[in-house]
Ligand binder design. Structure first.
Ligand code: PAF
Length: 285
């Protein structure tokens, strides 16, 4: 890796300079604690662009009081090593007050896509996400930006953001990376005790059961949702939702769709996991 910058103006200048030399910029904006899922986003950015930038910023705006902002893992040295090994050109690591200086008072908000699923349980979360991502897109300028589809709703919202606000950004949703037993990679998995790690596979069982039923020809969204729900309810301490939705609009599905999103959020102790599968599009989890 060539450079680490901390000031927004330096970051913007470096991205502008790369483009002035004829490079396409590829952006990967995680909050840190990079795992193989994030590294796969860097690999995808490298396929789409030639100057790769990673931003590492734990965004306070997207955490409600009581959520895990302070628990959010900070592993900057390891993250920088990962970027170096992957051939990232530039890493932007701003301090919170560089992103939100005194007097900051703007919020970017998306009306409809933010309401279902996560929006019902984390009502202010997506305003924090769209506000910070608007800033990151504005600083980066024209680029391809890679996001993981584990945060499926976030990906759809950010696509909408770029389209609605005419941002020169191609938002790319990349496949979920899973452990060999199917658990989706997440920086939160490190908080699971060995027993909880075992119980977390309830999500995998639920998504696989729905995937198998779809493959066998079942198309009724309510039944598919119930099939996914059973093993998750049995394994988890608390289930926020197991929902079936239209994968493009996130609205309630109608029967006879060509594809169907099954999305899950559930708690094991203090750890909240999310996952999803799009039946008719995604491979078996
Ligand atoms: O998915 C994440 O890591 C964050 O929500 C994002 C998009 C970087 C905004 O802080």
């Amino acid at each position: 890796m060539r450079k680490v910058v901390r000031k927004p103006a330096e970051f913007r200048q470096a991205c502008d300079a790369a483009r002035a030399k004829g490079n396409q910029v590829g952006l990967v904006p995680p909050m840190g604690a990079l795992h193989d899922g994030h590294l796969s986003l860097i690999d995808e950015a490298k396929r789409l662009a030639d100057f790769i930038v990673v931003t590492v910023f734990v965004n306070p705006l997207q955490f409600a009081p009581g959520e895990d902002l302070d628990r959010s893992p900070r592993t900057l040295e390891d993250d920088l090593d990962g970027c170096r090994v992957r051939g990232v050109h530039l890493v932007f690591v701003p301090e919170p007050d560089a992103m939100y200086p005194a007097g900051f008072q703007t919020q970017v908000s998306i009306a409809e896509l933010t309401q279902p699923l996560e929006g019902r349980f984390r009502p202010e979360h997506f305003d924090g996400v769209t506000t910070v991502v608007t800033k990151l897109f504005n600083l980066t300028g024209s680029c391809a930006a890679c996001f993981g589809r584990k945060d499926y709703q976030q990906w759809k919202i950010l696509e909408r953001l770029a389209r609605d606000l005419d941002m020169p950004v191609k938002v790319v949703g990349c496949p979920i990376v899973r452990e060999p037993d199917g658990l989706a990679l997440s920086s939160r998995n490190r908080y699971l005790s060995p027993t909880e790690r075992e119980r977390a596979l309830g999500i995998v069982s639920g998504l696989r059961a729905a995937h198998d039923a779809w493959k066998d020809g079942l198309r009724d969204p309510t039944e598919l949702q119930a099939i996914a729900e059973r093993p998750i309810e049995a394994a988890f301490d608390r289930v926020d939702y197991v929902a079936a939705a239209d994968p493009d609009t996130l609205e309630a599905p109608t029967s006879g769709e060509k594809s169907l999103l099954i999305a899950v959020a559930a708690h094991l102790g203090a750890t909240r996991l999310i996952d999803n599968v799009v039946l008719g599009r995604d491979p078996r989890p």
